[in-house]
Design a protein around this ligand. Structure first.
Ligand code: ADP
Ligand code: MG
Length: 728
């Protein structure tokens, strides 16, 4: 009988492309067609309802229950005009995935007929039976009620399934007692805080006209694609999203022939298909390309307001996974699906923008004399410097542990790259020296080719947090993460920092009766001086940096259970509580949930590795050993001497050695896993799994991979890297 591996190989050989026909050649014809956006609201809402929603979006004003009825009725009319039968509150519990529970508009009436109904109260608030979502001890089961509440700042949208369409209403998710149980509630608070502080600083010192501001985010999403038949034959990919064993292929990414290469046809069709779905949902995807590793790809949208960008990224991941099924692909969003080739990240490009359209992190032609830009720029540096550990914690996950510091992704040491020009400007600021005007464009000196404007902000792919000309790029976020964690922290520390800045500048003006400009410069100089050690322009992958960072006193926190401790440090508590992002209960709960999630993920990996080693790897090795032993017997019977059978005998011995190693370590792993589960707290459990169980993965994997190398290919049951990684 054919094993799953060989069936998969046959299946993949026979795959054909799935043709995709977008609704129109022009994306603008169908962009936003499934979104209850401004145009749809104008058409389907009463004037009063339209105004109320607009005010809620723009000014954060609350929507009255009566008006909510009108909004609901307009939304229903719009949705039904598009063939929608059901609605759901769409929320982001702390599982990392999005959640939905569908209700139909349909309601039977007393006279035996029925109507389609959607009331304001159903729009505004729901009580999903949500007792199984992680709550970190906030809810006891006897009062396990959780509420979802409409977030009007993110528009409702229609999710199309192959059978029926659903109106999705973005919501926050809170407990009966009001504590946040999701990502969105604290995110909205952090965004509100940063908006307020930005407006306060800008309108006080730079531009009285500015009344509003927002934080912007553009999320680059990396992912792998593997044929679905291969994934079915790889229980580890299926259950953990990564390969727990597997020998690196002879050809990996060393030829660098995949990056920006021509996109394979099957993949291209998949991309067009999911992009089409995304455009209908208003996700402004802009770029697509091959990434560095074989079978690795990336897409990126235009930036948007942070809350919307995150909703869109969550939706994007969901849409990609669903559309992939049509193309018989599996999307791997895990940070490190394959050992020995690059992992995936989710670069978070972030900036602050005013309602007058000014990007506060974009230098003008003369950045040295642009005090507004310098203020925001230096305040980011100070904020990251003061809360580097918290920022590190915000990207901590079992998956991302494989990536950070693995010489392919930014290290776990938080540092900021700003480029030579900005370094020079800040140094001159500190030393009261004038800075020469920004460097000019270079001509490339080729006839017929127009001059190219060379960007004078350099790039550094090895930095976890890099200034890229008009925004900061937080590159260390993991590919499967909900960016909210990173954005809650980044925007909170920025809000907090800007408030401090405002207070210090004001105090300076008062004390020294100095000019505003002088006071600002003095405060910025002080910030630069104290936070300079977080700036690093060199190679973040090098061992020298690890040493240098240690000398500078920068932390290098390598594992999730340890990194998460920053969330419950004194400074984090003060920060979150005083800025009203989390209260103590919420913070503790979140910490518990993240430690538990780590334990659960590693527990699944450990058990599955033990299972694969025992039921897939060892039997294949034994079968091959038997063949070898039979061959030795046959050779002896044919009169061949000991020296003739030496290779076979050595192979048998080598295989025995690996089997012993695997068997012994699987037993140890089971003992350590049991112990870890009996630790005193979730943190102790997580630490034990991290320090005692996870290290045992290595010898098991090493021996298994050696066996994959030795054992007859026909007998090996799991698809090999070379079979999974190269899509035609
Ligand atoms: P690079 O990474 O090479 O700088 P881009 O300039 O295309 O590439 O930017 C990558 C991402 O950064 C895109 O999603 C883009 O929309 C986003 N981006 C650009 N400007 C901003 C900004 N002001 N704020 C937030 N994100 C931005
Ligand atoms: Mg980038």
């Amino acid at each position: 009988m054919l094993t799953l591996r060989f069936k998969a190989l046959d299946t993949v050989q026979a795959r054909e492309t799935v043709s995709v026909i977008p609704p129109s050649d022009k994306i603008s014809d169908y962009f936003n067609s499934n979104v209850f956006n401004d145009a749809a609201m104008l058409q389907f809402l009463s004037k009063e309802a339209y105004k109320a929603v607009s005010n809620a979006i723009r000014n954060g004003e609350k929507i009255d229950r009566n008006v909510a009825d009108q909004v609901a009725s307009g939304m229903k009319a719009w949705a039904m005009s598009k063939g929608v039968s059901h609605y759901t509150h769409w929320f982001q519990p702390l599982t990392g995935a999005t959640a939905e529970k569908h209700d139909s508009f349909f309601e039977p009436t007393e006279d035996g007929r029925s109507v389609e109904k959607f009331s304001g109260s159903a729009l505004v608030q729901q009580e999903p039976d949500a007792s199984s979502f992680p709550n970190g001890g906030i809810r006891n089961t006897f009062e396990a009620r959780g509420y979802t509440a409409w977030d009007p700042s993110s528009p409702a949208f229609i999710m199309e399934g192959s059978n029926g369409k659903t109106l999705c209403i973005p919501t926050i998710f809170v407990s009966y007692t009001g504590e946040a149980l999701d990502y969105k509630a604290p995110l909205l608070k952090a965004l509100h805080a940063v908006e307020k502080s930005v407006v306060n600083v800008v309108s006080s010192y730079f531009d009285k006209q500015v009344q509003k501001a927002f934080a912007s985010l553009g999320i680059e999403q990396e992912y792998f694609l593997v044929d679905e038949a291969m994934v079915i034959a790889r229980p580890d990919l299926m259950l953990t999203g990564r390969t727990l064993i597997g020998l690196s292929p002879e050809k990996g990414q060393q030829l660098e022939d995949h990056y920006f290469g021509s996109i394979p046809p099957r993949v291209h069709d998949f991309m067009v298909d999911f992009e089409t779905e995304c455009y209908k949902l208003g996700i402004p995807l802009k770029t697509r390309h091959n990434e560095v590793a074989p079978s690795q790809f990336e897409c990126a949208p235009n930036f948007e307001e942070v809350n919307l960008a995150i909703d869109h990224n969550q939706l994007l991941m969901d849409v990609m996974e669903k559309v992939a099924q049509r193309h018989h692909f599996k999307v791997l969003l895990h940070e490190k699906p394959f050992a020995g080739v690059n992992g995936s990240g989710k670069h978070n490009n972030w900036s602050l923008i005013t309602d007058t359209g000014v990007n506060l992190l974009a230098p003008t032609k003369d950045p040295a004399n642009n005090l507004q830009f310098l203020s925001f720029f230096v305040n980011v540096i100070k904020a990251v410097h003061d809360h580097a550990d918290l920022l590190r914690a915000s990207i901590a996950s079992a998956g991302n542990d494989h990536r950070l510091g693995a010489n392919e992704a930014p290290p776990a040491i938080m540092s900021i790259f700003i480029g030579t020009q900005m370094t020079e400007i800040l140094e001159n600021l500190l030393n009261n020296k004038a800075t020469s005007k920004a460097s000019k464009a270079a001509s490339i000196n080729v006839n017929k080719i127009p001059d190219i404007l060379l960007d004078n902000t350099d790039r550094n792919r090895t930095s976890p947090f890099a200034f890229t000309g008009n925004k900061f790029e937080f590159r260390a976020v993991g590919s499967s993460a909900n960016s909210a964690n990173a954005m809650i922290v980044l925007n909170t520390i920025m809000a907090n920092q800007l408030n401090k800045f405002k207070a210090e500048v004001d105090a300076h003006i008062k004390k020294n009766s100095s000019k505003k400009e002088d006071a600002i410069l003095e405060v910025l100089k002080g910030y630069y001086k104290t936070s300079k050690k977080i700036l690093f322009e060199g190679n973040g992958y090098g061992d020298e940096w690890v040493e240098e960072a240690a000398k500078r006193g920068l932390n290098n926190i390598k594992t999730t259970p340890e990194a998460l401790n920053a969330y419950i440090s004194k400074s984090a508590r003060d920060l979150f509580v005083s800025n009203e992002i989390f209260n103590e209960v919420e913070l503790n709960a979140r910490y518990e949930i993240m430690q538990e999630l780590y334990v659960k993920k590693l527990d699944i990996e450990a058990k599955l590795l033990a299972q694969l080693a025992t039921s897939h790897v060892i039997p294949a090795a034994i079968a091959y050993q038997r063949n070898l032993a039979e061959s030795v017997d046959a050779m002896k019977a044919a009169g061949l001497s000991k020296s003739d059978t030496e290779v076979q005998v050595n192979l048998i011995k080598e295989i025995s050695g690996h089997i012993k190693t695997i068997y012994g370590n699987v037993q140890k792993l089971q003992v350590e896993l049991e112990k870890a589960h009996h630790a005193k707290s979730s943190h102790e459990s997580a630490l034990a799994i991290c320090k005692k169980v996870k290290p045992l993965f290595d010898p098991i994997r090493d021996s298994s991979d050696s066996l994959e190398y030795l054992v007859d290919d026909e007998l090996w049951k799991l698809p090999k890297y070379r079979e999974m990684l190269f899509i035609k």
